[in-house]
Write a protein that binds this ligand. Structure first.
Ligand code: PLP
Length: 380
């Protein structure tokens, strides 16, 4: 019995052609022909200027943190139900990461809890768009405007998603994207950042380039570069950019396959949803999804654990969601307690992500759904 994998990287078949061209160009380190081509294409696809290619979403978040950091005790509000990188970027600059609750069905930032946590030291809200859906970005944007704080979108999973016809990751002040191999399109590792402010965009070019204004030597505006920002080494090689270029050009193909499989999950599991045994988000008229993930929320933790084991027994990988950041080892070291965020703590134990990738067959999805339906038919 072949294993049904949780994830399998998307390939277009064109990646090597572009990588070969990098050998012809004979510039390998980055910020060359393919980096520029990718940045232009991302700009066109997202409908916004000011895009920089990075080597990961982690790096994009670190650039964002370096751009907003002002005083040592600055605070950023981050959903606890998230990825280590989202908090790391700010914590490593000695900013205070204030964790907020998520909503129990959308699994995204709970605005009411965010409101309670805003104070004079709050510098930014970092919102995560999870699993190919959108957080309450319109409301968050208004809240940030009212309080004169920055809005940073961690859109690691949502390349190509739209809310109200605007690309996620370009609605706030900055947006961070991932092109890790687990994402819809990728370059092994990779990322991008959108920066609304022209001034910050210019600073970010230096931050990305080891803190120097070397990009100005390349564009001819200065003849010697120097240390102008606290920065890092945050851009990909030209080989990664060439690989990504092939993927970006085929973004629609990846979404199309995922959409078809996602729809099968929704239809085969709809009865269980109507019976209140499971919950999943299928569609929302305001959101254009990229179908990054299919996420089940169970009524009880036992169902979640049992089904994970039952699928494993049938050679099918399914993953539980994030471990909440506030109650993780580092979260506790930073002074948080599990009981601080009861909704997040409770729902995180009941989340299961099912396989969804471009190499998955329709009959694999049918099989997974049959097994889940059978489990509920035969268990109490
Ligand atoms: C919400 C979120 N933010 C950031 C990241 C980090 O992305 P990368 O692996 O590109 O650094 C991930 C990774 O999956 C993620 O899910």
């Amino acid at each position: 019995m072949n294993k049904i994998k949780f994830n399998s990287p998307f390939l277009t078949g064109k990646e090597l052609n572009y990588i070969k061209d990098v050998f012809t160009e004979n510039q390998f380190y980055g910020v060359g022909k393919y980096t520029k081509k990718c940045e232009k294409l991302i700009s066109n696809q997202l409908g916004k200027k000011n895009i920089l290619l990075t080597d990961s979403c982690t790096s994009s978040l670190e650039i964002a943190a370096l751009l907003i950091k002002d005083k040592i005790k600055d605070e950023v509000i981050v959903p606890s139900y998230g990825f280590s990188s989202t908090a790391n970027a700010f914590a490593k600059l000695n900013m205070k990461v204030v964790f907020a609750e998520i909503e129990k069905y959308s699994l995204m930032l709970d605005i009411d809890d965010v409101k309670k946590k805003i104070n004079k030291k709050t510098k930014a809200i970092v919102v995560i768009h999870y699993g190919g859906m959108a957080a309450r970005i319109g409301q968050l944007k208004n809240l940030c405007k009212q309080n004169q704080i920055m809005l940073i979108e961690d859109n690691a999973q949502g390349y190509g998603c739209k809310f109200d016809n605007n690309s996620l990751g370009t609605i706030g002040d900055m947006g961070c994207f991932s092109f890790h191999e687990t994402k819809n399109i990728h370059s092994g590792l990779g990322g991008a950042i959108y920066i609304k402010s022209g001034k910050d965009f210019s600073r970010a070019k230096s931050i990305r380039e080891r803190g120097t204004n070397r990009h100005k030597v390349i564009d001819g505006s200065v003849n010697k570069y120097s240390w102008t920002e606290i920065g890092g080494s945050f851009y990909p090689t030209e080989m990664q950019a060439a690989f990504l270029y092939a993927q970006l050009k085929n973004n629609n193909a990846s979404v199309k396959i995922r959409k078809k499989l996602h729809k099968i999950y929704c239809s085969r599991l709809s009865k269980l949803k109507n019976q209140g045994k499971i919950f999943f988000t299928d569609n929302n008229k305001k959101i254009l999804s990229n179908y990054h993930a299919f996420i089940l929320i169970f009524k009880r933790k036992k169902f979640c654990d049992d089904i994970k084991k039952y699928l494993e027994k049938n050679n099918i990988d399914a993953f539980t969601g994030y471990t909440p950041l506030h109650s993780s080892k580092v979260g506790k070291k930073l002074g948080n307690k599990s009981s601080d965020l009861p909704v997040t703590e409770n729902v995180a134990k009941k989340i299961l992500r099912l396989p969804l990738h471009t190499n998955l067959k329709e009959q694999d999805v049918e099989k997974i759904c049959r097994l889940i339906n059978f489990y509920f038919k035969t268990s109490k």
